[in-house]
Every structure is written in structure tokens, then in C-alpha cells.
Design a protein around this ligand. Structure first.
Ligand code: AMP
Ligand code: ZN
Length: 690
């Protein structure tokens, strides 16, 4: 039996009210008051009621969030008040400069307000008569796109508020990092590409043509601004918005001066990870609204606000061109050339694209906005594309058919993700090979930088790896090169002379760039043959058989070494090195039976008076093991100068004991070390006799 119309109206109002209250608790306050199942039951009751009494349905009913059909595109909306961007500060000095300018303009007697800079997509929302009537993206600031039907589906946005006036709010649409993980898992099961970060996911979800899809995305919003005069101060405005049931970030702090702002920034940085949204910084604003007019705007941003940006591990920028670097084996590595962008404290304009498959998988196109990430010290890599910002004319990238260095046709082997230049005389390959040969860890000729190598090749002084050792005899030719004075020439010559006789055979082997042979395999090969002459005098078949039997060298590596030695061109280069007086022998490693470091493993970090490699060799010679990074089972982290606290803490977490050179010397001498002190926890205990 249907309820009486009067009862129906009352029940409808009651259900709407209850559901709105639950939505507010769940999406705005982050403090759910009912279970999902209870919410669904109420929701279904409301929908049934509205089906029976369509006259009760209002546009702001919770059932009306998703209604619209997919559209063809978005209508452009010109807004009366432009949405500004924010000026950026990257360090304390820049913030103090901002503060100085403000005080110059308005003197003392003002307050700052600091608040999170949420990393999402900006949105402008208009309320009128208590209802949300329009939502637009930022666009170019002046003109945005109408995304009202999509924004209606966001349950954090009240469709109805107890304020009838017309007003305009600005805020950030975001996705919580944990929700993004869930979305990406789901997308993976459907074979869809993962979103690179919450920001992309938010921006993309906002601009979906089908609002039903937007409704499935767990979008949130935080408002941080109201365009019309509303309160005396920014902080009061935020509080009034919250009272209306509108979501805000609830994190602002009033700061009496710039020192207080810096304290807020430091404190906020420690809590950033725990917050339900991603932040890339802190926005600092003049709190007193009446003072803002005297400070004013530039063409692009207000002078009374600034965004302090934390050093980002990720950044988004425009991809201008894709070029290919030629490696020493002829492999072409695609590189993204970017509009310069700040990333982890440096300006970045190039990022690796790894290989052709990555470009195809992520559908990276010239003109795209790409997300780049810095991982360790290597050049940043392209993580993904923000497809929502793709220019309409962007075409999929077509890999080159010829080598960019020599112009010869390139090949792509079956099943390989890489293109290769197979021209042995390729200049690009030579440059990369020389760079590899002379770098640290190989022949270590640190005076020979990339541009100098290029100059030497350009001038015809170097045409293969061995020619490096012919350079000292050509001092005059060196001096004839641009930007090379006596000092530079002599230093370079000294460095080459040092390398000619001062490197181990394993380093020489590493530098030769034998396919598959890195420093570890090189060291095993070197121990087997002792020096280059002996290796060259051994039959390739014998080399293959011998090496394949060495623990740690597989069949493939053994074959690769044998093939390299058998290759007439490579042989010629190696013979030439010997003829030029290169002496590289492998010290016979006396692994002392019962060596003092037997059973111990070390990770060496920081700087020391001697080269780290020397310490590595010493550890191994005394029966210890060297770990490149601290892992489970690493006994000691040997820390030299300038080692970060985080590195030490991370090592301790993994159970490694941190020692300095003095501790290491003790171990080497066969003495025992004190166990690490557990600091404060043992304070109350009686000190134990050593
Ligand atoms: P940017 O994109 O670097 O120019 O920074 C400006 C953008 O930061 C604005 O368009 C907003 O979308 C965003 N933003 C995030 N949080 C805030 C905030 N608390 N106040 C102002 N803008 C913010
Ligand atoms: Zn080439």
C-alpha cells in the first residue's frame, strides 16, 4: 500500500535530510555515521518513493546526482572574475622576499593564513537559491568548461545548502591516494591503463563525457575560496563555509608573521603523508581581506598570496620533441625533451622514455602533458600522460627509420623493444662507447667529459677506444682545440697517463662494454685470465668453455666474451691498446682462509679519503661480502662523511649495524665490535662491564 500523499511528502523530506546528513558525515567530515548497507537501504526507499510520487522529486534530491545522458562535449563558460594562478616559492629565501614585498606595501599589522595546496583539479562552483547550479573547470582562467552534470555526481558537494544567496566557490577536486590505488587495480583487471597520480585521475574524471562514469569515481572536493565578499578574513570565510556543510581542507593555520609560516610549513611537511589528499605545497595568503586590494594582482596571479612548493619527486610538463640517443651497442633510447620544470630541487628538461614499447603502451605523444618522476640519481623518467590535456592534433609517435647519429637504416629485432643502429662506424656509438670506457667504475678518466670526447672525435684525434691512449702524444693538436688551454691539456694528459697503467684488468674489461658483461662479470673474467694479453692469446672456444664453468658466469656471458675476443675489429682495438702501453692486470686476490671479515657483509656509503672501490676490494680480500645497498642480512653499513640521516635509519631498520672507519679498522684487525647501543631504552639499566 502506498503511503498517504501527506505522509509521503514528510517521509521524502525526512529521507532527503537523513541521506544528506550521512553524505556530509562520510564525504565532508570523513566520519561515517552509518554503514554502506544502511545508506543503500535508505537510498532505495527514497528512489521507490519518488517513483510512486514523481511530483516529490526535486533537483537537489540525493537521487538526482546522476541523471544526464552522455554529451558530445563541454560548453565553454566565460566567468566574470578570472581564476588566477599562484606565484611559487621554492625555499625560505623566496618566502622572505614575498614577505618583504608585502610589508613594503602595507607595513605591519596583518596576518598570514597558511593552508594545504591540494594537488587535484581546480573547480568553480556557483550556488543560487540554496542549490548548486553550475560548475566549471579552470580552463585558461577566464574561460572554463561547464562540467555541472559531472560535479553533481560528487557526493562531497551538497546539492542543497541553507543559504539562498548567489555565490561562487573555488576549490580543488581530488581523489584520495588510497582510492586511486583501488581504481587502478580495477582498471588493470579491465586492461585499462593506470592513472599515473591522483591529480590526473581527478582531472580526467572531471572531464568524462558520460556523467555516469564520473559518478563511479570517488571524487572529493575541498573549497578554499569564495569570490564574493563574505567575511573579513580568509580564515573566517573557511569556517563559515564549513558551517554551511561545504567541504574545506580543515587544515588552515593563522600565522602572525613569516617565521610562523615557516613553522607551519615544516610541521605540515611531517604530516603530509597522513592527510586524505595529496599536496604539493602550502598556500600562503594575506588573511585580512580588506588589505588585499592595496597589494593587488599581476597579470597572472595575486600579489597577496604565494604557493610554497615542496621539492617534488614528480612533475608535469609539456613534451616538446622525442629524440633518440644512440648507445654504445647501437641501441636507440628515446628521450623526451621537455619544457623545463622544477623537480626535486633541480630544473629538468629531459627525461627517459626507455623504449618503444613504453611509448606505445602509455601512448606518449609529442605535445602531451607528461608526468615525470625522479628515481635516485638517474635522469628522470616519463611515468605517464595526462590525456585530458592532449592537444587535438597530437599524433602517435613514429619511431625513426634511420640512426640520428649516422643516418644508416636502423633495425628492430623480432621480439625486442629497441631499435638498433648496426653500423660499426656509427659516430653516435663511438661517442657513447668512449663515454662508457672512460667513466668512473671503468677507466676513470674524469677529465674526459662528454663535450671533450665530442671535440676529440670531431677533430679526428680519437676514432676508437684505444686512441684515447694516443692523445698524450698529441699535445699540440690538443692545444689547437677550442677552449683547451695548457692547463686543461696537461691535466687531461696526466689523467690518461694515470689510466694507462693504473687500472685493474676488471675495470678495463668493464669499460670495453662487452655485451652482458657488467662490473661483476668483468671481475670474474679478470680473475680467470689476469691480464688482457693472456685473454687475447686464448682460443675463443677455450674461453667459452672455461668461463661457462666459472660460478657466477652463465653460458650467455661466456659466449659473449668469446665472441668479443674473436671479433677482428674488437681484437684490433685491444691489440692497439696493448701496443700503446696499456697495462691492466688483476691483482691476485688472496682470499685468506678464515679472513677477518669472513661471514660479514658490508654496504659502503658516503665519502672516504680513498676510493670506495678500494674499500670494496679490501673487504672482499678479507673474505667479506659487499652489498650494493643495505638489504636483509647486511651486517654493517660503513658510513663515511656526509651520509644522510634517512639512509642510516633505513639501514638500522633492516637490521644493519652502522659503523664508521674506526669500527671498520677494528673488524679488519680481527677485533670484536660493541653491539649497537639501543640508546634511551637501556638508560636505566646498570652499565655492563665490557
Ligand atoms: P598552479 O597550478 O601551480 O598555478 O597553482 C594554482 C592552483 O593551485 C589553483 O588553480 C588551485 O587549483 C590550486 N590550489 C590548491 N590548493 C589551493 C589553495 N589552498 N588555495 C589556492 N589554490 C589552491
Ligand atoms: Zn648510427
Amino acid at each position: 500500500m502506498l503511503p498517504h500523499p501527506m505522509d509521503a511528502a514528510a517521509r521524502h523530506a525526512e529521507l532527503c535530510e537523513t541521506l544528506r546528513r550521512h553524505e556530509h558525515a562520510y564525504y565532508v567530515l570523513d566520519a561515517p555515521t552509518v554503514s554502506d548497507a544502511e545508506y543503500d537501504t535508505l537510498f532505495r526507499e527514497l528512489r521507490a518513493l519518488e517513483e510512486a510520487h514523481p511530483e516529490l522529486q526535486t533537483p537537489s534530491s540525493p537521487t538526482q546526482r546522476v541523471g544526464a545522458e552522455p554529451r558530445e562535449g563541454f560548453v565553454k563558460v566565460e566567468r566574470p572574475v578570472r581564476m588566477y594562478s599562484l606565484d611559487n616559492a621554492y625555499d625560505e629565501a623566496e618566502l622572505r622576499e614575498f614577505d618583504r614585498r608585502i610589508r613594503e606595501m602595507i607595513g605591519e599589522g596583518f596576518t598570514y593564513v597558511a593552508e594545504p595546496k591540494i594537488d587535484g583539479a581546480s573547480i568553480e562552483v556557483v550556488y543560487e537559491g540554496g542549490a548548486m547550479i553550475q560548475a566549471t573547470t579552470r580552463g585558461d582562467g577566464k574561460v572554463g568548461e561547464d562540467v555541472t552534470v559531472n560535479v553533481r555526481t560528487i557526493r562531497a558537494i551538497p546539492l542543497h545548502i541553507p543559504d539562498e544567496r548567489r555565490f561562487t566557490l573555488r576549490g580543488e577536486i581530488y581523489i584520495r591516494p588510497q582510492d586511486l590505488e583501488a581504481i587502478n587495480e580495477l582498471r588493470a583487471t579491465r586492461g585499462e591503463a593506470a592513472f599515473a597520480n591522483p591529480r590526473n585521475a581527478a582531472a580526467g574524471s572531471l572531464r568524462l563525457l558520460d556523467p555516469r562514469q564520473t559518478a563511479e569515481r570517488p571524487l572529493r572536493v575541498a573549497f578554499y575560496d569564495r569570490v564574493e565578499e563574505y567575511a573579513d578574513s580568509h580564515s573566517a570565510m573557511l569556517e563559515k563555509l564549513a558551517q554551511l556543510g561545504l567541504p574545506t581542507h580543515r587544515e588552515h593555520g593563522r600565522c602572525a608573521d613569516i617565521d610562523a609560516v615557516l613553522a607551519y610549513i615544516a610541521a605540515f611537511d611531517r604530516r603530509r603523508e597522513e592527510l586524505p589528499y595529496e599536496t604539493d605545497g602550502v598556500v600562503i595568503k594575506l588573511d585580512e581581506v580588506r588589505l588585499r586590494d592595496s597589494v593587488g594582482f599581476t597579470a597572472r596571479f595575486p600579489r597577496w598570496a604565494i604557493a610554497y612548493k615542496y621539492a617534488a619527486e614528480q612533475a608535469t610538463t609539456r613534451l616538446r620533441t622525442i629524440t633518440c640517443d644512440v648507445g654504445r651497442t647501437g641501441q636507440l633510447t628515446p628521450v623526451a625533451n621537455l619544457d623545463p620544470v622544477q623537480l626535486a630541487g633541480t630544473t629538468v628538461s629531459r627525461a627517459s622514455l626507455h623504449n618503444l614499447d613504453l611509448i606505445a603502451d602509455k601512448d606518449v605523444r609529442v605535445g602531451d602533458m607528461v608526468i615525470i618522476q625522479k628515481a635516485g640519481e638517474i635522469i628522470p623518467q616519463v611515468l605517464g600522460v595526462d590525456v585530458s590535456q592532449r592537444p587535438p592534433e597530437a599524433e602517435p609517435w613514429v619511431p625513426p627509420s634511420v640512426c640520428p647519429a649516422c643516418g644508416e637504416e636502423v633495425v628492430r629485432a623480432e621480439g625486442e623493444a629497441a631499435l638498433r643502429c648496426v653500423n660499426p662506424a656509427c659516430r653516435g656509438r663511438l661517442l657513447a662507447g668512449l663515454w662508457y670506457f672512460t667513466r668512473r667504475g671503468a677507466m676513470d678518466i674524469d677529465r674526459l667529459g662528454k663535450s671533450l670526447i665530442e671535440q676529440l672525435v670531431e677533430a679526428g684525434l680519437v676514432a676508437d677506444l684505444a686512441d684515447v691512449f694516443a692523445v698524450p702524444a698529441q699535445r699540440d693538436a690538443l692545444l689547437g682545440l677550442e677552449r683547451i688551454g695548457e692547463k686543461t691539456a696537461d691535466r687531461l694528459i696526466a689523467a690518461i697517463e694515470d689510466a694507462r697503467v693504473g687500472r685493474t684488468f676488471s675495470r678495463l674489461l668493464t669499460g670495453l662494454g662487452i655485451p652482458l658483461v657488467g662490473s661483476v662479470a668483468a671481475s670474474l673474467v679478470a680473475q680467470q685470465y689476469g691480464d688482457l694479453r693472456t685473454l687475447l692469446d686464448t682460443e675463443p672456444e677455450a674461453i667459452e668453455a672455461t668461463l661457462a664453468a666459472v660460478h657466477g658466469i652463465g653460458d650467455k656471458i661466456a659466449q659473449s666474451v668469446a665472441a668479443f675476443v674473436a671479433d677482428p675489429e674488437q681484437r684490433a682495438v685491444m691489440e692497439k691498446m696493448l701496443a700503446l702501453g696499456v697495462v691492466a692486470t688483476e691483482p691476485v686476490r688472496e682470499v685468506v682462509e678464515g679472513g677477518t671479515l669472513e661471514g660479514l657483509s658490508f654496504c659502503v656509503t658516503g665519502s672516504f679519503d680513498r676510493k670506495r672501490d678500494a674499500i670494496h676490494e679490501e673487504i672482499e680480500a678479507h673474505g667479506g661480502e659487499v652489498h650494493k645497498s643495505v638489504k636483509k642480512g647486511t651486517t654493517y653499513l660503513l658510513a663515511g662523511d656526509r651520509v644522510g640521516k634517512t639512509k642510516i635509519e633505513a639501514a638500522q631498520k633492516k637490521g644493519a649495524q652502522v659503523i664508521d672507519e674506526a669500527g671498520y679498522a677494528k673488524l679488519l684487525a680481527g677485533e670484536a665490535l660493541e653491539p649497537p647501543d639501543e640508546s634511551t631504552e637501556t638508560e636505566t639499566e646498570e652499565p655492563t662491564e665490557a
